[in-house]
Design a protein around this ligand. Structure first.
Ligand SMILES: [Zn+2]
Length: 205
């Protein structure tokens, strides 16, 4: 007759393991508690009451965001990121698309902070839009820089341009859009915009 060992039932499965709630230390089992992944990869256990409390706190995070300040701080973050981007681009002569990932992240953080450490769908849209506008404005500054550099260095090719006076590309000029719109570029921008969109996303367990 075969012997069944009780260990066999639980080995390889987390069901029914005795744990303590990470918040209130109450004892329970993993089938009653919710198990979460901590940021260091460790397991966090929450009893149903603490889960409820946490979700309540997460919901409070979406209440009464300061929309105006979220736009202001998000725009300041975009300006800081933009200045870095601009100087890296004109300094190296190449576009380093990955900077747009950093831009997306700090704008998202700025929007979250400006809103009063709030999250919400509205803030997500604001955050993403700031990054879209920032990318276009930054690209225009970079385009103008190289345009001016070229015309100043090659005055013979542009006899009609006043020497020493700076010129600027129009947003309606297809050359401007062609200069930075490429499949890889768009993908990297999209990730940057996504990071900004994701940052103020409401949390829920
Ligand atoms: Zn608890």
């Amino acid at each position: 007759m075969e012997k069944t060992t009780p260990e066999k039932i639980t080995i390889g499965s987390e069901v029914g393991i005795k744990v303590n709630c990470s918040m209130c230390q109450k004892e329970g089992t993993t089938d009653q508690f919710v198990t979460l992944q901590g940021n260091k990869g460790q397991s966090i256990y929450l009893c149903p009451e603490c889960k409820e409390k946490t979700n309540q706190a997460f919901e409070d995070e979406t209440r009464n965001p300061n929309i105006l300040l979220s736009i202001v701080v998000g725009a300041i973050a975009a300006a800081i990121g933009g200045v870095v981007w601009y100087f890296v681009a004109i300094g190296t002569g190449t576009e380093i698309g990955y900077i747009s990932l950093g831009l997306g992240y700090i704008v998202g953080f700025g929007v979250y902070l400006g809103a009063g450490k709030k999250r919400g769908h509205q803030l997500q849209i604001i955050s993403a839009l700031i990054v879209v506008v920032a990318i276009i404005v930054i690209e225009k500054f970079i385009f103008d820089h190289f345009l001016n550099e070229y015309t100043q260095n090659n005055p013979a090719e542009f006899p009609d341009f006043p020497v020493g006076q700076s010129i600027s590309i129009s947003f309606f000029e297809p050359e401007f859009w062609k200069s930075f719109v490429s499949p890889i570029g768009l993908l990297i921008y999209a990730i940057g915009i996504y990071l900004a969109y994701k940052f103020p996303k409401p949390r829920k367990i």
